[in-house]
Design a protein. Structure first.
Length: 320
C-alpha cells in the first residue's frame, strides 16, 4: 500500500468518526422517534431512547456510536442470512417457489399470496421468508435447522457470542397468528413441504436472533465485498449471488417503504421490527443501525434518518 493511500484511508476513518458522532448527538436529542413494536412484550419493553450505529470497513476497522454494542432483536434482518443459506443449499431452484418483485404491501400481508396462488412476491416479506424457512428445514428437525442458521450467522460474523433470545422466540410463537395464516395458505397452495408449526418454529426462532450493531455490521461485510470475507479473503458466496441479494435488499428490504428508502438513502438495506437496519455499501462498508421506534411501514424511523445522514455526508450511493 502506498503512503498516500494510507493517508486517504485515515482521512476517511477520521471523517467517519466525526460523522457518526454528529449523527449520534443529533438523533439522541430527537423527540419524534416513531413507535416501538408492541405485538410481543419483549419488544414493547425496549427503551425507545436507545440508539446505536456501527460501520465496518473492508480492512476491519469498526467505527461505532451510541448503543452499538448492545444486543437487540434483529427480526426480519435475519431474512438476509436465511436467504443466503437457502441459496447455498438449493441454488436458483428456490425461485420456483418465491418471486423477486417488491410487493408494495406491508411485510405481513396475505392479500397477494392468495391472488398469486401461494407464490410470495419476494423472500423478505413474511410469506416469502416462511417459504425460505421451509426450504432450510427440508427433512431436518426444526432444532437442527435453527442451530444451522445460528451457526451460519456466527460464522459470517466470526463471533460465537450470537444467540437466539428464547423469550422473544416463544412470544413470537404464541402470538404469530398472522404468520400461521400465511403458512397455512402456503401449505394449501402446496408451497410448503413441512408441517406449518415446524416451519413457523424455525421462522420465529430466526427472527429472535439477538445481535448488536457491531456484530451485524461484521455479519453483513461479505455482502459489501462481492461475497468474500475481505479480512481473510475467504469466499462465502459468488459475486453474482452477492449482487443479487443486494438487489433484493434494495428493491424489497423495506417492504412498502423500499422506494422511499432507496430515494432517501440509496444503498441496499434490510430492516427489522426490532428497529435495526443492516445496510450494504458495495466495495466500501457494511453498516448497522438501531433505533427501536418504527415508522408507518414498520421500519426504524431514526435508523433510516441516520443512514440518510451517513450516506449523504460520506457521498455513498449505488446510484452514482
Ligand atoms: N417477527 C416478525 C414477524 O414475523 C418480523 C417482522 C419484521 O421484522 N418486519 O412478523
Amino acid at each position: 500500500m502506498k503512503c498516500s493511500e494510507t493517508i486517504k484511508g485515515n482521512k476517511v476513518k477520521q471523517r467517519l468518526r466525526e460523522v457518526l458522532d454528529e449523527i449520534g448527538t443529533e438523533l439522541q436529542k430527537e423527540r419524534l422517534r416513531g413507535k416501538v413494536a408492541d405485538y410481543i412484550p419483549p419488544l414493547a419493553q425496549v427503551d425507545p431512547a436507545k440508539f446505536g450505529m456501527a460501520v465496518m470497513l473492508h480492512d476491519g476497522t469498526l467505527i461505532s456510536a451510541g448503543d452499538a454494542a448492545e444486543k437487540f432483536s434483529v427480526q426480519s434482518i435475519s431474512k438476509v442470512f436465511a436467504l443466503t443459506l437457502a441459496l447455498g443449499k438449493r441454488g436458483d431452484a428456490i425461485w420456483h417457489r418465491v418471486g423477486r418483485e417488491p410487493s408494495g404491501d406491508p411485510f405481513n400481508s396475505s392479500i397477494l399470496l392468495e391472488l398469486e396462488k401461494g407464490i410470495p412476491r419476494n423472500p423478505f416479506i413474511n410469506a416469502g421468508a416462511i417459504v425460505i424457512a421451509d426450504i432450510l428445514l427440508s427433512s431436518h428437525q426444526p432444532r437442527e435447522t435453527i442451530g444451522e442458521i445460528v451457526r451460519f450467522v456466527q460464522s459470517v460474523s466470526e463471533d460465537d457470542d450470537i444467540f437466539i433470545d428464547e423469550f422473544v422466540a416463544r412470544a413470537e410463537d404464541h402470538t404469530g397468528f398472522n404468520n400461521a395464516a400465511l403458512a397455512n395458505l402456503l401449505k394449501a397452495h402446496k408451497n410448503l413441504d413441512n408441517a406449518p408449526p415446524h416451519v413457523l418454529g424455525v421462522y420465529h426462532h430466526q427472527c429472535a436472533l439477538a445481535m448488536s450493531c457491531e456484530q451485524l455490521a461484521r455479519a453483513g461485510l461479505f455482502l459489501s465485498a462481492s461475497g468474500c470475507n475481505p479480512l481473510s479473503g475467504h469466499r462465502i458466496i459468488s459475486v453474482e449471488r452477492a449482487r443479487r441479494i443486494n438487489a433484493l435488499m434494495m428493491t424489497c428490504g423495506h417492504y412498502d417503504g423500499s422506494g422511499d428508502f432507496a430515494f432517501r438513502v440509496g444503498v441496499p438495506a434490510k430492516s427489522g421490527v426490532g428497529g435495526g437496519i443492516l445496510a450494504v455499501v458495495p466495495g466500501i462498508a457494511s453498516v448497522a443501525v438501531w433505533s427501536p421506534g418504527l415508522n408507518q411501514h414498520g421500519n426504524s424511523m431514526l435508523g433510516t434518518r441516520a443512514l440518510e445522514m451517513l450516506c449523504r455526508q460520506m457521498n455513498w450511493s449505488v446510484f452514482g
